[in-house]
Write a protein that binds this ligand. Structure first.
Ligand code: SF4
Length: 429
């Protein structure tokens, strides 16, 4: 039987050598607190306590607006004027809030103290607070901290900071532990279950997902760990996992048929899966995905799309839309370009794609309007003015909230882009 050969990123391919336009001006992005919305759904016995202002509380409430829980798994401890003026001991207040919360909610096993712009401005040391509170509440509750502040970050970096904060607490494997695959990045449970089935059909049984669904499902990390990134915005998390001895598998991201196949191929090659077994495992979902993409392609082919930098998903999305949906890429903006994690994505992008890193929003808006796009992917703050100009927009944040990875979501991913174009066409008719 022949082994699966992983796709290699060649330095002469696609946009590997393209230098992006780098801009460091005014930016229009959400802050990292946004990540709480999908993280609290994923880790079901965790609680996220934002230490912030009323603005932070409003942001979280409005981002989570449609979700009503009897017992929500996030809240904001408000820093008020007395704390800001140094009239109250913020640490004492915080301890009181945490003690009350944990007394009332015994099901919480992992508590995140989430820093914000206000907590950073008053230099509240949440890492010391987390150590202090962990000592009081362990072993029943672990208390960790990370920053979700909007100072110099984008909204997906909240997840990166959250996951990176969990790594030091993960155990080490025994020296004889067999090779294990760790899929890193929040995926919807339904997507995770599909990947577990696919890996199983290939014979890869030792698979874990990070973050886990339960706080006590702690993956041991060491030289036997092979990392497969499911999300492109996890630079810090990958770095701290690699520092524990884990090996990162080079792969594109599992968006669309091509991306998902190459992503699975990277794992299959590492775990010695035969080409025949790999093909047998993916044949049916690939056929289903291709059929669903075919239905959407008619709406997207030849349409011109412009990406503002927001989620860090821009490059994998652009690769999918250009190669599998036939869209024309006008500009692909990304907040940060991590060349190592993006190596295969860049190699797969059409040659000479206009790439930009960072933002100077007014200049980018000028470029956008001048390029006359059919669709713009951007943050909420830019969508309304662009729609008012008659330009169809897609909110970048929707692509993070929606399950879009894997074969069975490929059609849904394409439909997210097709629907607004079809709606505008109908309105214009
Ligand atoms: S963390 Fe900063 S950017 Fe985010 S809501 Fe709070 S004040 Fe605003």
């Amino acid at each position: 039987m022949s082994p699966v050969i992983p796709i290699q990123a060649e330095t002469t391919m696609g946009c590997t050598d393209v230098a992006p336009l780098v801009q460091r001006g005014q930016r229009e992005v959400f802050c990292g607190l946004t990540g709480i919305i999908w993280l609290h759904r994923k880790i079901q016995d965790a609680f996220f306590l934002v230490v912030g202002s009323r603005t932070c509380a409003h942001l979280i409430q409005s981002a989570a607006g449609v979700m009503i829980f009897a017992e929500p798994r996030f809240a904001t401890a408000i820093i008020d004027e007395r704390d800001l003026a140094g009239l109250a001991d913020a640490n004492e207040e915080l301890d009181k809030v945490v003690n009350q919360l944990l007394a009332r909610r015994p099901e919480i096993k992992l508590l995140f103290l989430v820093g914000s712009c206000p907590s950073e401005v008053i230099k509240l040391d949440l890492s010391r607070a987390a150590t202090r509170l962990s000592a009081v509440h362990s072993p029943s509750v672990r208390v960790l901290n990370y920053s979700g502040s909007g100072i110099e970050t984008t909204f997906t970096q909240g997840e990166d900071a959250c996951l990176a904060s969990m790594v030091p607490g993960l155990p080490s494997p025994t020296s004889t532990a067999p090779k294990e695959l760790l899929v890193v990045g929040t995926l919807a449970d339904v997507v995770e279950d599909q990947f577990i089935r696919l890996f199983k059909e290939m014979g890869i049984e030792r698979v874990r997902f990070f973050p886990p669904r339960r706080a006590d499902d702690q993956a041991p990390i060491g030289p036997n760990t092979r990392l497969l990134l499911a999300q492109p915005f996890l630079g810090d998390t990958a770095r701290v996992l690699q520092a524990r001895g884990a090996t990162l598998l080079q792969a594109p991201f599992p968006l669309g048929v091509e991306g998902t196949t190459a992503w699975l191929q990277a794992a299959a090659a590492e775990f010695g899966v035969s080409a025949e077994r790999f093909e047998a495992a993916i044949a049916a979902p690939v056929a289903r995905a291709k059929a669903s993409l075919g239905r959407e392609r008619a709406h997207l082919e030849g349409k011109r799309i412009f990406f503002f930098p927001d989620s860090q998903l821009e490059i994998p999305l652009a690769r999918f839309l250009a190669r599998e949906m036939g869209m024309t890429l006008l500009e692909v903006g990304t907040p940060y370009l991590h060349r190592q994690h993006m190596a295969m994505e860049l190699a797969m992008l059409p040659a000479a794609t206009f790439l930009s890193e960072g933002q100077d929003v007014e200049k980018q808006l000028d470029r956008c309007r001048a390029s006359n796009p059919d669709m713009v992917v951007c943050g909420l703050g830019l969508a309304n003015p662009l729609e008012a100009d008659g330009i169809t927009t897609k909110w970048a944040i929707e692509l993070v909230f929606t399950p879009i990875q894997g074969y069975d979501q490929a059609g849904d991913l394409a439909a997210l882009f097709a629907r607004p174009l079809v709606r505008r066409m109908r309105l214009a008719a």
